[in-house]
Design a protein around this ligand. Structure first.
Ligand SMILES: Cc1cc2nc3c(=O)[nH]c(=O)nc-3n(C[C@H](O)[C@H](O)[C@H](O)COP(=O)(O)OP(=O)(O)OC[C@H]3O[C@@H](n4cnc5c(N)ncnc54)[C@H](O)[C@@H]3O)c2cc1C
Ligand code: FES
Ligand code: FES
Length: 454
């Protein structure tokens, strides 16, 4: 059962609302707290409770709208929403209050851009966003009581830490959910059963379950395995583990790959990014995944582990068809490895979607260019597109031919023509074949303009 249903139908806490049940509207937003590794506090992040199975939240502290105050008086955020006309029918309001409260929990100032960013995943059909944003701008953070001050006593933190250190085996017909604390146990389980899905943040799987009626019955989580770190350096690589969320990437890699992190600003919403993992985004295998084109041109690698040992494969080589990964039944992805040689380098990353925020891409593109210092001669050019075929397409032979050429208008026209002869985009609700072809042309031209030395 997803948390939103559990709250509303089992605990009868109906303050948390449900509209879309697919992570798109934010009305089900709750805060989830986990013990801080270095301090005796809990770190709270907002998530969508409608696509989060209760069992995936074991050992976490859930704060719903009912838990923000003692119900005798409004919180600072609630009061400002009331005073600034930030609510009409009120159905979206609990989710919006949770999102605006999350700003304070994450120590973010109540400034215009930050408020808009935190509200990316919250839809309101009747009030209009201006009064909601004005409510946020009027919040006096000094009057907010941090959730830690209300709930986080040492005993609770200890209980959560102890719970998180234990393995979970949940068998409830027809579902088995296994979250062991050792990698060997996980791999043995994977090897012993044919139909095991490794699961991470459930943002894809939760939607699959709610909207497509697909119920995966044998689920294996790697999130309790201590050795699989979120972020580490191994030789020539930075390595992100199975628990590394898109939000973690935005924080940890901000200085290392600034263009990628800026680009992730338009990945889903904060609620989704706090749960969605990088590995889940890769393993989902969508040709319109936001992260794949960058990982393709970066020559990022996957660490793939089974009982036989570890192997590495370039992300670009691991796909063999539409959403098909070259993984054996007994294998799991245990890390994504970013080559250090590209740190601080400039990347050109583009996503075209019908709506700027919280939308699936129509076409994505990633480019990298290195020119000779004293001329426009190409030393290294990398080109990848998503949304124009069943898999991400990288044009390595064209990249090879480009070495030694001058990066000028004629060159880019040549590349455009060559790329167009190789692609057969589909027409669907997000755009016709012709539109996608036009996007390929325009994105290459945009890249040329932005990358050309002035
Ligand atoms: C509202 C909404 C908005 C979204 N917006 C975007 C967006 O803007 N851009 C975008 O690219 N995506 C978007 N997504 C898709 C989704 O959030 C991402 O694909 C996400 O990164 C998946 O990660 P997860 O941890 O939730 O994966 P899960 O849902 O847990 O799993 C996804 C897939 O990966 C497999 N898997 C997970 N972990 C492993 C592992 N360790 N080894 C092998 N296989 C594994 C699972 O079996 C499953 O097939 C959106 C989803 C929603 C619901
Ligand atoms: S109900 Fe819409 S995001 Fe959960
Ligand atoms: S107040 Fe009605 S949906 Fe937002």
């Amino acid at each position: 059962m997803n948390l939103s249903r559990f709250l509303r139908e089992v605990l009868l806490k109906s303050g948390t609302k449900v509209v879309c049940e697919e992570g798109d509207c934010g009305s089900c937003t709750v805060l989830v707290g986990e013990p801080d590794k270095n301090a005796n506090t809990l770190n709270y992040k907002m998530i969508n409770s409608c696509i989060a199975p209760v069992y995936s939240l074991d050992g976490m502290h859930i704060i719903t709208i009912e838990g923000l105050s003692d119900a005798k008086e409004l919180t600072e955020v609630q009061e400002k929403i009331a005073c600034h006309g930030g609510s009409q029918c009120g159905y979206c309001t609990p989710g919006i209050v949770m999102a605006l409260t999350a700003l304070n929990e994450n120590k973010v100032h109540y400034k215009n851009e930050a408020i808009k960013s935190y509200l990316t995943g919250n839809l309101c059909r009747c009030t209009g966003y201006l009064p909601i944003i004005e409510s946020g701008l009027a919040v006096d953070a000094a009057k907010m009581k941090p959730i830690n001050e209300i709930y986080a006593n040492p005993q609770l933190i200890l209980d959560l830490k102890e719970t998180q250190a234990e393995p979970i085996l949940l068998e409830h017909n027809p579902i088995t959910y296994f979250a062991p604390t050792s990698l060997t146990q996980a791999l043995k389980y994977k090897a012993a059963h044919n139909d095991v899905s490794v699961v991470s943040g459930f943002t894809d799987i939760g939607v699959e379950q709610n909207k497509k009626d697909i119920l995966r019955t044998k689920l294996l989580s790697l999130h309790r395995i201590k050795g699989l770190k979120k972020h580490k350096q191994v030789g020539d690589f930075y390595s992100a583990g199975p628990k590394t969320t898109i939000s973690d990437i935005e924080t940890e890699y901000r200085k290392i790959f600034p263009d990628f992190c800026r680009y992730l600003n338009i990945f889903a919403s904060p609620q989704i990014k706090n749960r969605a993992t990088l590995i889940g985004n890769i393993a989902n295998g969508s040709p319109i995944s936001d992260t794949l084109p960058f990982l393709y041109i970066l020559d990022a690698e996957l660490e793939i582990t089974s009982l036989k040992g570890k192997r590495s494969a370039k992300v670009k080589d691991v796909f063999k068809g539409y959403r098909q990964l070259d993984l054996e039944n007994d294998e799991a992805i245990t890390a994504v490895k970013f080559p250090k040689k590209f740190e601080h380098k400039k990347f050109f990353l583009y996503k075209i979607s019908k709506r700027r925020d919280l939308d699936i891409a129509t076409v994505t593109a990633a480019f990298f260019l290195s020119l000779n210092k004293n001329s426009n001669i190409i030393l290294d050019l990398r080109v990848a597109f998503g949304g124009i075929g069943p898999m991400i397409m990288r044009f390595e032979d064209l990249e090879h031919e480009a070495k030694g050429c001058e990066f000028n208008n004629e060159f880019i026209e040549g590349i455009i023509n060559k790329v167009l002869t190789r692609i057969t985009p589909i027409s669907d609700v997000r755009g016709s074949r012709e539109f996608r072809e036009r996007l390929v042309i325009n994105l290459l031209k945009k890249f040329f303009i932005e990358a050309s030395p002035i």
